[in-house]
Design a protein around this ligand. Structure first.
Ligand code: CDT
Length: 319
C-alpha cells in the first residue's frame, strides 16, 4: 500500500517580544486551518515557535528568562492548538522552550514535540547541538546565548507515526551530518526541523551572504545521504531588529526541493510526500548494510574535534 504524507510547512514571520502566547497560538491555528483546507496530515512549525527568539538577549534574572519557557505541554495557552489538531485531524511539530523538573532538579531545553492527528504527543526531542555562547559578548550586534539558557539533549530518536518513520531535529542540528546519520541508521523517512537563523553571523560575517545557500546545502545533503525527506521550517523576517532567513522547504530523498516558501512572513507550502521514494536510495547507493564501513569511523565518537588550541591552531604533535 502506498504511503503518502501530506506535509505542510508552517512558516512564521517575526514574533514581537511583547506578543502574547495567545496571539501566537492564534497565528499557528490559522496556518493549521489553511493546511487542513489543502489536505495536510501534518504541519511543521519553527523552533521556539511560541515566543520571540529570546537567546538574542543577555539576561541574568532567572524569573525574566523563565517567562519564555513552558512548564507543561499542553499548557493553558497551547491547549487550543491541540484541540484544533484533534478536530481537524492534522498533526504538528512544534518547537518551544521547555522547563522540566525531573527528580527534583530543574532542566531547561530547546525542545520540539510531534503531535499526532488525535492531538496526542507521540515524541519529544531536545536539541543536541546548541550554538552560540554562554557569556555576554558585548561586541556582537546581538547575542546568541543558547549555551547559557539551555542544556543539550542527549539523543536523536525516531518514531513510527504518520505511516512512516519520523525524526526530529532543531535548527543548528541541521548543519551536522551526524544528526541525519544517527536517524538514518534508525530508518528515518522524514526529518522535521524548525529553525531561527539570523542572516548575520557575528563571528563570521563573511558567511552572511551564504546563509540561505548553507541552509539548503545541509538539508539537501542530509536528505540524499540518508534517503529521507527533510522538512525545514523558519521563523523568518526582521524580529526585534534581527533579520532572520526564510528559505523554508521540503526536500525529497533525491535531494531535490519539492516545495518552498517564498515570503518571510506567516506562510504555508505543501508537498504530498511518497515515503516509498526513500526505498530507492536506502536500497541502492545508501544501503548502509552493504556499503557502510563502521570499522573506519571510530574517530567520529572517540574525538570531539581536531584538538585545536584556544587560538585555533593545532595542538603540537608529541615528538
Ligand atoms: N537557532 C539556531 O540554532 N541558530 C543557528 C545560528 C548559527 S549561526 C551559523 C543556526 O544554526 O542556524
Amino acid at each position: 500500500m502506498a504511503r503518502f504524507v501530506n506535509v505542510a510547512i508552517g512558516q512564521l514571520g517575526p514574533i514581537a517580544k511583547n506578543e502574547p502566547r495567545s496571539a501566537v497560538v492564534a497565528r499557528l491555528a490559522a496556518l493549521m486551518r489553511q493546511a487542513h483546507a489543502q489536505g495536510s496530515d501534518l504541519i511543521v512549525y519553527p523552533e521556539l515557535a511560541l515566543t520571540t527568539f529570546f537567546p538574542r538577549w543577555y539576561m541574568e534574572d532567572q524569573a525574566e528568562i523563565d517567562c519564555y519557557f513552558e512548564r507543561e505541554m499542553p499548557g493553558r495557552e497551547t491547549q487550543p492548538l491541540f484541540d484544533l489538531a484533534r478536530e481537524l485531524r492534522v498533526g504538528f511539530y512544534l518547537g518551544y522552550a521547555e522547563l522540566a523538573v525531573e527528580n527534583g532538579v530543574t532542566h531547561r531545553y530547546n525542545t520540539s514535540i510531534l503531535v499526532d492527528r488525535s492531538g496526542a504527543i507521540v515524541s519529544k526531542y531536545r536539541k543536541v547541538h546548541l550554538p552560540g555562547h554562554a557569556e555576554h559578548e558585548p561586541w556582537r550586534a546581538f547575542q546568541h546565548l543558547e549555551k547559557r539558557y539551555f542544556e543539550p539533549g542527549s539523543r536523536f530518536g525516531v518514531v513510527d507515526a504518520f505511516g512512516g518513520v519520523i525524526g526530529m531535529a532543531i535548527c543548528n542540528d541541521r548543519r551536522w551530518s551526524e544528526t541525519y546519520r544517527i536517524m538514518g541508521l534508525q530508518g528515518v523517512e522524514m526529518v522535521l526541523i524548525g529553525y531561527n537563523t539570523p542572516r548575520h553571523n557575528p563571528p563570521a560575517p563573511e558567511h552572511d551572504d551564504l546563509s540561505l545557500f548553507h541552509n539548503q546545502l545541509v538539508m539537501q545533503a542530509g536528505a540524499y545521504q540518508n534517503g529521507s525527506f527533510v522538512v525545514g521550517v523558519a521563523k523568518a523576517g526582521v524580529e526585534e531588529g534581527v533579520d532572520q532567513i526564510g528559505g523554508s522547504c521540503i526536500v525529497a530523498p533525491s535531494g531535490e526541493i519539492v516545495a518552498a516558501c517564498i515570503t518571510k512572513g506567516d506562510e504555508i507550502a505543501l508537498a504530498r510526500c511518497d515515503l516509498d521514494l526513500c526505498n530507492s536510495y536506502k536500497r541502492t547507493t545508501f544501503n548502509f548494510d552493504i556499503h557502510r564501513q563502521p570499522q573506519a569511523y571510530g574517530m567520529i565518537v572517540e574525538r570531539r574535534g581536531q584538538y585545536l588550541m584556544a587560538d585555533g591552531t593545532p595542538v603540537p604533535k608529541k615528538k
